[in-house]
Design a binder for this molecule. Sequence first.
Ligand code: PRX
Length: 666
Amino acid sequence: MTNTDIEPEAVYNPSTAASLALYKSAHSASIKDISSYWSELAKSKLHWFAPFPTAVTGSFQEGSVSWFAGGKLNVCYNAVDRYCLPPFNRGNEVAIIWEGDEPDAIKRISYHELQLSVCRIANALKASGVQKGDVVTLYMPMVPELAMTMLACARIGAVHSVIFAGFSADAIADRIDDAKSKWVVTASVGSRGGRNLPLKTICDAAIKKERCVGVVQKVFVFDGNGPNGSEWDKEDIHVRFSDLVHAQWPVCSCEWMDAEDPLFILYTSGSTGRPKGLVHTSGGYSLYAMHTTANSFGLSQQTGPSSPNDPHKDVYACVADAGWITGHSYIVYGPLLNGISTFMFESTPMYPDHGRYWDMVQRHKITVFYTAPTAIRSLMRFGDDAPNKYDLSSLKVLGTVGEPINPAAWKWYFDVIGKGKCAVVDTYWQTETGGHVITNLPGVTPMKPGSCTLPCYGIEVVVLDPASGQEIDTTAAEGVLAIKQPWPGMARTCLGDHQRYLNVYMKPYPGYYFAGDGCRRDEDGFIWITGRVDDVLNVSGHRIGTAEVESALVAHPAVAQAAVVGIPHEIKGQGICCFTTLTEGVPESEDLIKELRNQVRTSIGPFATPDMIVLTAALPMTRSGKIMRRILRKVAAGELDTLGDTTTLSDPSVVDILISKVENLR
Ligand code: PRX
């Protein structure tokens, strides 16, 4: 399908041959001279306290890329303060619309109110000893204070490290330890789907772990010690943050930051067990988040480029969690840097029922709605009645992110939610890229269900032959996805481990940024992501390393060996399947399976709960002692016709045993 199949009365401007040609020439120009392209944008879109002398320096190969170095700015000033001042004067306009767990819990916070709250939090952090360059860990529910604290960190030059509130105490402790983060901000409880999350209790369990003792100096707790908060309070560590914040003066100057100073760290999973803290910068990241927010969603009333013929204001809603990169770039920084209102949603699409998203679209007259394929698939199961009950006519652009969207889910989103009149933007990107790198643009480039389509401006995408590393120059191609030139939003390093950054992204194909995804480019030049080519799973859009799950399992005394692979899952996209051998003398039992499942939940978090645990006496090994994961993947997926050669295994009979075990578990 192309946009030409869509009815002419579509509320967005469908792509035309002319708009596609314009995109193509603008895109070629943008990658011909990345330095002038980004330099012009940086000058016109951001407020600089001191100008940058050069746009870009360094190379992928050396892992030394920098953007706008020497230029001074403050991201919080750009996202908040300047909109309260001339020429914008938008202080009274809504910056954040927050909808809590209960649908009637709604707050609207203006830019001016946001500025006051951010300043108070910034002053409270400073008064407690937080300094420029310190890492502040945030373990928070989806409440406005989360965005405010991120901005407060940016204001004083502290580096935030947000940990998604679904992570366990162990996972928090690992991240605090890795970043040597002296400061932690949390809340006594969070609410999700009608249930309370004891965030402070979980944080307390983390900071009591040996690796955090002596590292953490203060835990700032919003809401003090609420009724469901932890009993444990140490005067020298815990700070009743709401009280402290309330007592502060609502004026706080903005620190002058170098464009290359880190804005935040965000941990993500890789091929090894240890999560890596990707470092994003003040100048490059913020320009990139701002620019892609405006472009990819065709926003109409901000400082960035907009859909030219669109008269009415956008109500933009990204319903992700700010604990992941999507929330950083497309809930907090991207929208606010554009001076538009952003939506923060605390609950789940199923609470109080599966009509929640559509009810919100109707009540808030949302025009841009951005979610993940896994949410679409899970809502699609309930049929069309729920969305048909609500007035969804405000919608113009529907976004998807996080994993490939299957054509059936795309079609449902387009037909039933968008009524065939909305652009569906399939945004491909990663924690590492800081913002969208491949997506169709509403009203500009055509759509194809399941394809993320064409590169963003300033991004030069290539398809490489995985074996030779050579660029495939025919239009139709299949290989691995790589990016050929630096862009401002790229992560600059892995915190404390630049070598790992080089090894994972820059060394596999020298001269290119290697994304870790396979892809196909069709005869029209459109990109179709075929999935990760490394040992990283994508479960409901959450990135989980197989090695992380394996190390959680082998930490249990009953487990001798574990091998984790992905299995196709109707709703989650990918599920987690664990093959485990047990320590000598430990009997197999249902209780043990439950225990192991729980082991993964407590070591990583409930979102990483295995879908299948197969206890086995042996794993398929090569004669040199390597686990044959390819075979495990096929067995788990039931793709027995394409098992391939099993004769090289030290004991080929293991495979039949595993096949029957998996069949019994289905
Ligand atoms: O495999 C790709 C998949 O998600 C990975 C990045 O995960 P993460 O860093 O957690 O960021 C998720 C939010 C951007 C990618 O390497 N991915 C992301 N978006 C898409 C996608 N796969 C296909 N289509 C997408 N639109």
